[in-house]
Structure formats: structure tokens, C-alpha cells
Design a protein around this ligand. Structure first.
Ligand code: IPE
Length: 259
């Protein structure tokens, strides 16, 4: 099985609250369908989650009553987004159903406790793809917290026999430096722990780079001897499909785990 996370930066316009990129999602769903592969999709929240979550500090857990309505609104918005993603999947011929992570999992201190996975496993066995997504989820010690699509990818990788984990984003991969600031920045085709540590020590405190580096760390954690984790640009026409067909495409592969 292959697991794919469609990042919020690809499926939504992150600068505009609740702006869905329908055409792009439709196109990505067709590329997934055309691959004919056994795939499980997770998606991010993009501007359906991050805008309000940031405004109300939801990532830090419960601290004031004022957050409660925001926590409910975010879950409403992410469900809306997920329904739109699943609509595109069904239109592309993929039998899928949206499964809110907070309806089957809880967190504890920010850690996702995916204890009861029976429903998800049963859906898969039926041939229906359970689509989970980044969302607000209740937390045993913090009241609630943010469960990211990346955390769900880690859970799914443990649950199923996953040969490949693909993170679809709006960048080509991991660079040696911030390509917007440094002309000599080079895209890395392959990253192991040693390369990542070098980049981390050399990179300035910058949102874009920091974001990619921590994503790459999560990807390295998920990679094993026989499982590659790949970061690929989903805003480039046909690139995900080419990757799924086994063609060589511009991307960054995290390889070798955290040891
Ligand atoms: C974030 O999930 C969830 C919320 C902010 C509610 P992700 O971290 O997986 O979303 P993206 O891919 O960054 O948008």
C-alpha cells in the first residue's frame, strides 16, 4: 500500500480563509485513480484549519472559554473541506469516505493515541478508502489539540503494510538553503539523517525552511530499510502521477530512518 498526504498548501489557498482549490484536487484525484495502485489518502487543513487555529491558539490546548466556539468552527470547516475532497475522489471513481480523526482517536499531550483502528481497517478491507485529515482533536491532558495530517500518516504507516509514503506539497523538495534567498541553493534528491542535521545547523531561523526541515524529520522517522518517504510538488502538472508510475521526477526522498 502507498499512503499519500495531500498538503493543505496544495488543496487550499493558505492565504484565504476557506479557499478550496477544486480543480487541483480533482486533477490529483485523477492522477491517483489512473495509477491503479492501492492508495490511502490523508489531507491537511490548509486555510480551513490554520487561520482560526492560529488566531485562537488552539495548538496550545484549552486555556479559555473563548476558544471553544473556535474549536467547534474549525472542526466544522475541516469537515466541509474533507467532504469536498471526497466529492472529487468519488467523481474520479475512487470509493472514499471522510473519517474525522476526532471521532475515532484522542490525543494525550499532543501525542495521537490511535488505539481503536477497527473501523478504518474494516473500511479498507471493504475497498472503501477512509480519508482522514488534520483537525482539532480532544486531548486527555490539554483539553484539545491539533492533530496534523503528518501525525495521521505516521499512524497509518504503522497500521498497514506501507511500501511508500508520499507527501504532496507546493515545493519541489528540500533545498540546501532557502531557494528564495540563496541562488546557490540546491535541491536534494535524497536525504538521510546526516544530511538533514547538516542542513538544520546551517539553516537560518526561517519559517519556510524550518517547516520543511521538521516535515523531513517526520518523514525520516517514517522511513525504513524498505519504505521510502517522498516529498513531491503537487502544483506541477502530472508530477504525482509520474511518480506513482515509477518515473524519475523532481522530488526529495527521505531514506534510512532516524538512526
Ligand atoms: C493542520 O493539519 C490541522 C489544523 C490546523 C486544524 P496539517 O498540518 O496536516 O495541515 P496542512 O497540510 O499544514 O495544511
Amino acid at each position: 500500500m502507498i499512503i499519500i498526504k495531500l498538503g493543505g498548501s496544495v488543496i487550499t489557498d493558505k492565504s484565504q480563509y476557506r479557499k478550496f482549490n477544486r480543480e487541483r484536487v480533482s486533477d490529483l484525484c485523477r492522477q491517483i485513480k489512473d495509477s491503479g495502485l492501492d492508495v490511502l489518502v490523508v489531507h491537511g487543513a490548509g486555510s480551513f484549519g490554520h487561520v482560526l487555529a492560529k488566531q485562537y491558539g488552539l495548538q496550545n490546548g484549552f486555556s479559555s472559554e473563548g476558544q471553544i466556539m473556535a474549536a467547534a468552527q474549525v472542526q466544522y470547516d475541516t469537515r466541509d473541506l474533507s467532504q469536498m475532497v471526497v466529492r472529487e475522489m468519488i467523481d474520479a471513481g475512487i470509493p472514499a469516505v471522510s473519517v474525522a480523526p476526532g471521532s475515532c482517536f484522542v490525543m494525550d499531550g499532543g501525542r495521537l493515541m490511535a488505539n481503536d483502528t477497527e473501523a478504518i481497517e474494516r473500511l479498507c478491507r471493504l475497498g472503501i478508502m477512509p480519508v482522514t485529515f488534520g483537525d482539532v482533536v480532544t486531548d486527555r491532558s490539554k483539553g484539545f489539540g491539533i492533530c496534523s495530517g503528518d501525525q495521521l500518516m505516521e499512524v497509518l504507516a504503522d497500521l498497514f503494510d506501507v511500501k511508500k509514503a508520499i507527501f504532496v506539497s507546493d515545493i519541489d523538495g528540500l533545498y540546501t538553503a532557502d531557494p528564495k534567498k540563496d541562488k546557490k541553493a540546491r535541491l536534494l534528491g535524497c536525504v538521510d539523517l546526516e544530511t538533514l542535521q547538516k542542513i538544520k545547523s546551517e539553516s537560518s531561523v526561517d519559517d519556510v525552511t524550518g517547516g520543511v526541515v521538521s516535515k523531513m524529520e517526520a518523514m525520516l522517522r517514517m522511513s525504513t530499510e524498505d519504505r521510502d518517504c517522498i516529498l513531491v510538488n503537487g502544483t506541477v502538472d502530472g508530477r504525482l502521477g509520474a511518480l506513482l508510475r515509477g518515473e524519475t521526477v523532481t522530488c526529495t526522498i527521505a531514506r534510512g530512518g532516524m538512526k
